[in-house]
Every structure is written in structure tokens, then in C-alpha cells.
Design a protein around this ligand. Structure first.
Ligand SMILES: Nc1ncnc2c1ncn2[C@@H]1O[C@H](COP(=O)(O)OP(=O)(O)OP(=O)(O)O)[C@@H](O)[C@H]1O
Ligand SMILES: [Mg+2]
Length: 342
């Protein structure tokens, strides 16, 4: 396996202040993530809203400073023939080069496009910022053609496009500087299913054409299954399970992964159906020790929900049972999960 990028115990905690401006709690948006991203493959990150997916991407790109931990870049990214490098050690010039190697498709396609800019300016902006101003027009046309648009779209504004076309523009722009990695944060979640499929196929074609590595963030498991070679399931700022896609879908170990898989539509009548009971837990940890207790007891809400489904033969897990932090163990070659060892 040829690694292009490695995350080591990456943490990002946001302070929560009271009205006096004193820190009272921490949102542990990312709480010790270790990942190895293989070159030329698609690595998926899946998990429900608020589990830290976007924070992972922002920390990885150094758009926010990590609280601790490191991002290690391979020589494929640093362009340095003999060693890999820690992201924190980069000089500002090296950081600029690093940013060229990673294209980003942000979560909200409309927010990512300035409504007052013409498409030609939106797509050429990264080229201008990095001083690559030779033949800009033909490069922009080439980029647009790559994503199924063309010269006729140069002098239009974002609002004149459909959602799927806007996402194509965002992808064209992300590819402007010939990146090696593309980070895609929920690239298709705002689109309807048929357009979603077109964009996913486009991404697959571009990956082959340019030998790209994808980091693909989504809460949609069917999209993840279609796109990814390997994936990590996140829960409350941590990876609870990681494996190759086939292995994870056929042999899930963590109760949260099992529940996620059971929630995807399927024609298989014998598939396990597991409900998750209880509210989504808060990632806030109070600094005051007396409040800092990890909520692992069954809550009143969960008791109510359990009594409501009792006797109906429904399998369930409760949220509070997921809050306890268990170390990652190896299940088989390349498959890790936070489960108790027998
Ligand atoms: N700048 C910030 N300041 C304080 N808290 C933040 C900040 N950014 C994110 N958070 C918190 O960190 C947690 C993780 O947020 P994040 O946006 O990474 O989730 P996500 O997995 O991308 O969710 P979604 O699927 O809804 O996009 C949330 O509880 C969020 O409120
Ligand atoms: Mg997000």
C-alpha cells in the first residue's frame, strides 16, 4: 500500500464560553483520529450529522489549527525525494504548495460559488491566486469540458445553473491546479438521485483520468458503498470502525455500524433491522469534573423508547451504550473496530 497522507491522533477541541468569556466546556469535534490514506484510491468517511466529518477535513487542510496530533504528508505530496513531512513543519511557501496538491469540494455548492462572479472567473480564481496566468482562457475551457460543461458557460452566473451543473463547476474549480488529492465533503447530498448518479460517475471518470486520490465524506451509505475502496465510520469525533468497503458491509462489528447498515434500503428481506434509540449525544465535555461524567447510563428518554417498542420483536441499541470509549481492536487484516474483545 502506498500512503499519500497519514493522520496521527488528530484532535480538534472547540472551547465553549459562558457570558463572561471564560471557557466552561469543550466541544470535542475530533478526538484522536488515526487514518492512513492510500494513493489513487477513494477513502470514505461516514457518520451522522455533527460527528466531526467537516472538522476532520478542515483540520486536514489546515484551515483550522489542530488542538494536537499531526498530519503526515508523503513525498508524493511534498515533492521531496527522500522524506515525508509533518504538516506543522511546513514553511508558508511549502504550505502554499501543499494547498495546490489538494482540491476541495465544500459541503454547500451554492455557498462555495460567489453569486456575483462569472463562471470563467470562478474557475480561474485558483490559477490567478497561484500565479498561473498563461493561457487561462483555454485552461478554463478545458476544465469545464472535463466536467461536461463548455465554452458557452463562461459568461454566466452561478444562479443560471442547475444544482448538478453547479456541482460540476465546483469540481472543475477544485481540479484547476492539478491536485493529487480531492477532498469531497458531501458532494452529492444536495442533489436528487439521478443527478447524484451522474456526478458520482463523473468523479469516477476523473479519478481514472488523473490518477486522483479521493477523501469522500458522506452520511449516505449507499453512495459510500458505490464510491469507496475503504472507509472509516465516525461517531462523536472518533473512528469506531475502519475496513475495506466489502469487508465492512459484509462483516460490520461495531453496533453503530450495524445500525447504520440496517438503516439503508435493501431488497434483502432477511437483513437485520436495528433501531438506534435515544437522542444524538452532545459532543460537549464540561471542564468542571462533576459535570464531566460520560453519559453511559440508560437515559429516561431511552427508557421511554424501549418501553414503546417492547414486545414488537424489534432489535435495538441505545445511544448511551455507544458513548463509552473502547480501544480499537484488530478484527482481521485491515479491519479495526471499537468492540470489546471476547
Ligand atoms: N468553529 C466551531 N466552533 C465550535 N464548535 C464547532 C465549530 N465547528 C464545528 N463545531 C462543532 O463540532 C462538531 C462537529 O461538527 P462538524 O461540522 O465537523 O460535523 P459534520 O460531521 O460535518 O456534520 P454534518 O454531517 O452535519 O455536516 C459539532 O458539534 C459542531 O457544533
Ligand atoms: Mg459537515
Amino acid at each position: 500500500m502506498k500512503e499519500i497522507l497519514k493522520l496521527k491522533n488528530l484532535k480538534k477541541h472547540f472551547p465553549v464560553k459562558n457570558s463572561w468569556g471564560t471557557d466552561v466546556a469543550l466541544v470535542k469535534a475530533l478526538d484522536g483520529v488515526d487514518l492512513k490514506i492510500e494513493s489513487g484510491k477513494t477513502f470514505g468517511i461516514v457518520g451522522e450529522s455533527g460527528c466531526g466529518k467537516t472538522t476532520l477535513m478542515r483540520t486536514l487542510l489546515r484551515l483550522v489549527e489542530p488542538t494536537s496530533g499531526s498530519v503526515i504528508l508523503s513525498e508524493e505530496i511534498t515533492g521531496n525525494n527522500f522524506s515525508s513531512k509533518n504538516l506543522e513543519e511546513l514553511t508558508s511557501e511549502e504550505l502554499r504548495n501543499f494547498r495546490k496538491q489538494i482540491g476541495v469540494v465544500f459541503q454547500d455548492p451554492m455557498g462555495a460559488l460567489n453569486p456575483r462572479m462569472l463562471i470563467k472567473d470562478i474557475v480561474s480564481e485558483p490559477l490567478v491566486i497561484h500565479g498561473k496566468t498563461d493561457n487561462v482562457r483555454s485552461r478554463v475551457i478545458e476544465l469545464l469540458e472535463n466536467v461536461g460543461l463548455g465554452e458557452e458557460h463562461l459568461y454566466r452566473y452561478p444562479h443560471e445553473f442547475s444544482g448538478g451543473q453547479r456541482q460540476r463547476i465546483v469540481i472543475a474549480r477544485a481540479l484547476a491546479l492539478d491536485p493529487k488529492i480531492l477532498v469531497l465533503d458531501e458532494p452529492t447530498s444536495a442533489l436528487d438521485v439521478s443527478v447524484q448518479a451522474q456526478i458520482l460517475n463523473l468523479l469516477n471518470d476523473l479519478q481514472k483520468k488523473y490518477d486522483l486520490t479521493y477523501i469522500f465524506i458522506s452520511h449516505d451509505l449507499s453512495v459510500i458503498e458505490y464510491m469507496c475502496d475503504r472507509l472509516a465510520v465516525m461517531y462523536l469525533g472518533r473512528v469506531v470502525e475502519e475496513a475495506d468497503t466489502d469487508e465492512l458491509f459484509s462483516n460490520p462489528q461495531h453496533p453503530y455500524t450495524k445500525a447504520l447498515l440496517s438503516a439503508t434500503p435493501s431488497f434483502d428481506k432477511n437483513k437485520d433491522k436495528i433501531m438506534i434509540l435515544g437522542d444524538v449525544p452532545s459532543p460537549i465535555n464540561y471542564l468542571d469534573e462533576s459535570k464531566a461524567k460520560l453519559a453511559t447510563e440508560i437515559t429516561e428518554q431511552e427508557k421511554l423508547e424501549i418501553s414503546a417498542i417492547e414486545g414488537k420483536g424489534i432489535d435495538y441499541i441505545v445511544r448511551s451504550s455507544l458513548n463509552e470509549v473502547i480501544p480499537l481492536v484488530q478484527i482481521s487484516d485491515g479491519h479495526y473496530a471499537r468492540v470489546r474483545q471476547q
